[in-house]
Design a protein around this ligand. Structure first.
Ligand SMILES: Cc1cc2nc3c(=O)[nH]c(=O)nc-3n(C[C@H](O)[C@H](O)[C@H](O)COP(=O)(O)OP(=O)(O)OC[C@H]3O[C@@H](n4cnc5c(N)ncnc54)[C@H](O)[C@@H]3O)c2cc1C
Length: 330
């Protein structure tokens, strides 16, 4: 067992959950704090009252690393994930071309955040708890949440929140960590979820869109295990999202659906439903080269997709690497 006996982790995304799962397997007492109601962070699922679900954050994940590949195989064997066999193309001014690189793309089933639920099995996760501030006293960490409740003591503290949020919480405790965090910027992304009355006739299931306000469109209902009502997820490019960042969600939904008809050349139809979601911190523009940053002097660590490698796979490996570093300390 590690000398670090109790650990608090901020964030129940892939990085936080995998870090927690790895520590728990080594008998460390871990508590995860998550501000949202659900698990998964940006590996997100929006559930409507009608039962329709949308993957409005991460669209799929790939597995290049052996360890992550083994995990994905296990999720697939347990029917928590599945290969997405849709036709994914590059789309440019109405012209379709095949992607240069063939690779397997996976999705959680029946929703993206099934993966997060699987990682969270057996963990103590306190959802709906926003960490507002941290205190270090007599060598231990204490958390104050947005309701004024104090949690602790914990021997070590880990933040997996996106860089600006992590900086706000931990920056003043560790100049070394703070200096690293400020190197990473996160790109925003406006996402629009659209439900249609009729199936759309286009020659793809998803497309990386070029020369458009949109960067990605996907037939959400075409992914394995999703509801059958025709639904699409549209992602705006980082530059468009940045320049329209402060606009209302309704205006964004209208602008991007117009762009969608224009870009896809599909016959427009009145959507049954449209919702826009703004991801303030969607993707790291250039992640740090290291998988985690750990300051032993104050038992403080940070990890996430902005450390070592972007995307779901990067977040998974980052959480694992930080947990292993903590466990290696005797
Ligand atoms: C629009 C979009 C599209 C994407 N597409 C893909 C894709 O196709 N493929 C792919 O692999 N990846 C994709 N990604 C990236 C992928 O979703 C992320 O890399 C991954 O989910 C990051 O996991 P994480 O655990 O590092 O961070 P997060 O998932 O962001 O987890 C951090 C958690 O911390 C919580 N938190 C923050 N502050 C606090 C606080 N003060 N108190 C308590 N909790 C807090 C947050 O609520 C969040 O749940 C996409 C992301 C977005 C947004």
């Amino acid at each position: 067992m590690s000398s670090v006996s109790t650990v608090a982790i901020i964030g129940a995304g892939v990085a936080g959950l995998n870090c927690a799962k790895t520590l728990l397997a080594a008998d460390v007492a871990v508590t995860v704090f998550e501000k949202s109601r659900g698990l998964g962070g940006r590996l997100a699922t929006r559930r409507l009252e009608s039962g329709t679900t949308f993957d409005h954050g991460a669209q799929y994940f790939t597995a290049r690393d052996e360890l992550f590949r083994a995990q994905v195989d296990q999720w697939c064997a347990n029917e928590m994930a599945s290969l997405w066999q849709g036709r994914i193309v590059s789309w440019n001014h109405g012209m379709c071309s095949e992607l240069p690189e063939k690779q397997d793309r996976y999705v959680g089933v029946p929703t993206m955040n099934s993966i997060a639920k699987s990682l969270a099995a057996g963990l103590e996760v306190r959802t709906n708890v926003t960490v507002k501030s941290l205190r270090r006293s007599d060598g231990s960490w204490y958390i104050e949440d947005a309701n004024g409740t104090c949690h602790g003591p914990y021997a070590a503290l880990i933040s997996t929140a996106p860089p600006p949020q992590t900086q706000f919480l931990v920056g003043s405790f560790s100049p070394a960590i703070s200096a690293k965090i400020t190197k990473v910027t996160m790109a925003p992304c406006w996402a629009v979820m659209v439900q249609l009355h009729k199936p759309l006739v286009v020659p793809f299931d998803a497309a990386f869109v070029n020369n458009s306000a949109l960067s990605w469109v996907a037939r959400n209902s075409g992914k394995p295990g999703r509801s059958i009502a025709e639904s699409w997820v549209l992602h705006a490019s980082a530059s468009w999202s940045r320049s329209h960042f402060e606009e209302s969600a309704d205006d964004i939904a209208l602008a991007l659906i117009e762009e969608f008809w224009e870009a896809t050349r599909a016959t427009p139809q009145a959507p049954a439903l449209m919702l826009a979601h703004r991801w303030r911190y969607a993707l790291p523009e250039e992640p740090l080269s290291e998988r985690y940053v750990l300051d032993w002097d104050c038992q403080l660590g940070v990890c996430g997709d902005w450390c070592g490698g972007p995307r779901v796979e990067g977040a998974y490996l980052s959480g694992l690497a930080l947990a292993e570093a903590l466990l290696a300390a005797t």
